[in-house]
Write a protein that binds this ligand. Structure first.
Ligand code: 5GP
Length: 124
């Protein structure tokens, strides 16, 4: 894994570059389609504040992370997957399968999600 500063998501969060399909943005967060979707809906939600992973989360970040989870719920409704159900995933560190060292929540849905969905095994 490269450093948080070098990660592509840092550059998305700062606005230096823009992901292709933005689903939501405000002062706190950015939500956009995953470039390699593992389900019909696969959105990533990241904080504009640089946080490498949940392992680096501080007590003062609880409101921010709560807002991100709330936004995932609203996006699920907007994408039409709320009723059928969906999954929110946060990979943490190497063994947790985190490939990009910048905190992000995965919103996955639109099909039944197996436990062995590829998403869980693509870590380095
Ligand atoms: P992680 O394994 O770190 O939890 O998930 C990283 C996710 O970011 C993967 O699902 C991968 O497809 C996605 N991703 C990596 N690089 C890019 C990119 O440049 N743009 C977008 N939209 N998604 C990316």
């Amino acid at each position: 894994m490269n450093s948080i500063e070098e990660s592509i998501f840092s550059r998305f969060a700062s606005g230096e570059i823009r992901p292709d399909k933005i689903r939501y943005e405000d002062d706190d967060m950015l939500a956009f389609d995953d470039i390699s979707p593992k389900a019909p809906t696969h959105i990533l939600i990241l904080p504009k504040k640089p946080i490498q992973s949940i392992a680096q989360m501080e007590a003062g970040d609880t409101e921010l992370i709560g807002k991100m989870i709330y936004r995932a719920k609203v996006l699920a409704e907007e994408m039409g997957i709320a009723e059928s159900g969906y999954r929110l995933t946060i990979n943490v560190g190497k063994w947790g399968g985190q490939a990009v060292p910048y905190l992000h929540i995965h919103l996955l849905g639109g099909q039944p999600l197996n436990e062995d969905i590829e998403h869980f095994s693509h870590g380095e």
